[in-house]
Design a protein around this ligand. Structure first.
Ligand SMILES: Cc1cc2nc3c(=O)[nH]c(=O)nc-3n(C[C@H](O)[C@H](O)[C@H](O)COP(=O)(O)OP(=O)(O)OC[C@H]3O[C@@H](n4cnc5c(N)ncnc54)[C@H](O)[C@@H]3O)c2cc1C
Length: 275
């Protein structure tokens, strides 16, 4: 098929010295040194790369996440479907998008490729898909030629129509996006795009990329919090535990037993300084 769009993801740039920035941001909270002194120690190589990496690794195991917002990536993303873009732009914190317009861009027929899921091929309906989208393309081109503005001609374009993004995203949000979108529950195209974003970061910053995992990954939450039925279907379920098995283990082998929280526990927090 000639009219197929092929996804492209490129890390265009990232804020300079991300590990050093993360280290200084975290350290500022825990050190009597000022951030200027910490930065000068890094520049003078009094704090070596391994120390920086280990310290960041330890911090990432905690809930102290705001320093992660100080590391920023820029991506160029091309030829993803409008079906993907609708999901992608639902992320609203720590991410900034510019998306190719269907109002200002009049697609030339040879530029109007479409994203076709493999499932159409597997179902043997590839040609039907192609036929309909070729007709759509023809009608779109006819509409433009008849003077219908691009913002109205686009009404015939399907979810399969391609689009492009320029995206700025910080590390904290990138972790969150990977938590959700590398999970097998996410839709295949956005999962693929996020996997490619991760691969791009890994190419230049492997120390940071190891934390970019689905939420069940050993460097993230560590277990699956989706439904048991979804976990049973998931290929990662072979290597990552479901939350129910953790509760069962706790019940079986824990030295204490879990019980529902009552007002007694809340009163302890309300009334006592030392718990
Ligand atoms: C598998 C899957 C299926 C989905 N299915 C549907 C669906 O059927 N229908 C649908 O409409 N959407 C669906 N979504 C989209 C989903 O509901 C979210 O809109 C999307 O994942 C964006 O994530 P986020 O809300 O965490 O936003 P982000 O901007 O990525 O959030 C970042 C963080 O900030 C917090 N945050 C953001 N805004 C606020 C706020 N106003 N108040 C408090 N905290 C905030 C979030 O909790 C999160 O921790 C689906 C997503 C996934 C991954």
């Amino acid at each position: 098929m000639e009219n197929q769009a092929h996804i492209e993801v490129r890390l265009l740039d990232y804020a300079q010295s991300p590990l050093e920035k993360l280290y200084t941001a975290f350290r500022t909270c825990y050190s009597s040194d000022s951030p200027i002194e910490i930065w000068e120690k890094i520049e003078a190589k009094k704090i070596d790369h391994n120390r920086i990496r280990e310290f960041i690794g330890e911090r990432l195991k905690t809930g102290h996440a705001s320093p992660l917002e100080q590391v920023v990536f820029w991506f160029g993303i091309a030829n993803v479907s409008r079906s993907l873009s609708h999901q992608f732009v639902r992320h609203r914190i720590g991410i900034s998008f510019e998306q190719q317009s269907q109002r200002y861009v009049k697609f030339k027929k040879d530029k109007l490729a479409f994203v076709m899921p493999q499932s159409w091929k597997r179902a043997g309906l590839e040609n039907d898909f192609d036929e309909l989208l070729t007709k759509t393309s023809d009608l779109y081109t006819k509409a433009l030629a008849a003077g219908i503005p691009a913002e109205d001609a686009r009404f015939v374009l399907p979810n399969a129509a391609p689009t492009n993004f320029h995206v700025m995203v910080n590390f904290a949000e990138m972790l969150h996006i990977c938590d959700l979108r590398l999970c097998v529950r996410a839709q295949w195209e956005i999962r693929k795009m996020v996997a490619l974003m991760r691969a791009e970061i890994k190419r230049v910053l492997p120390e940071i990329a190891i934390f970019l995992q689905p939420k069940c990954g050993e460097n993230r939450m560590g277990y699956c919090d989706e439904s048991l039925a979804d976990w049973e279907k998931c290929p990662l379920g072979k290597v990552r535990p479901h939350k129910s098995s953790l509760f069962e283990l706790y019940e079986k082998h824990g030295t204490r037993k879990a019980k529902a929280l009552s007002e007694t526990e809340f009163r302890a927090v309300e009334e006592k300084e030392q718990l």
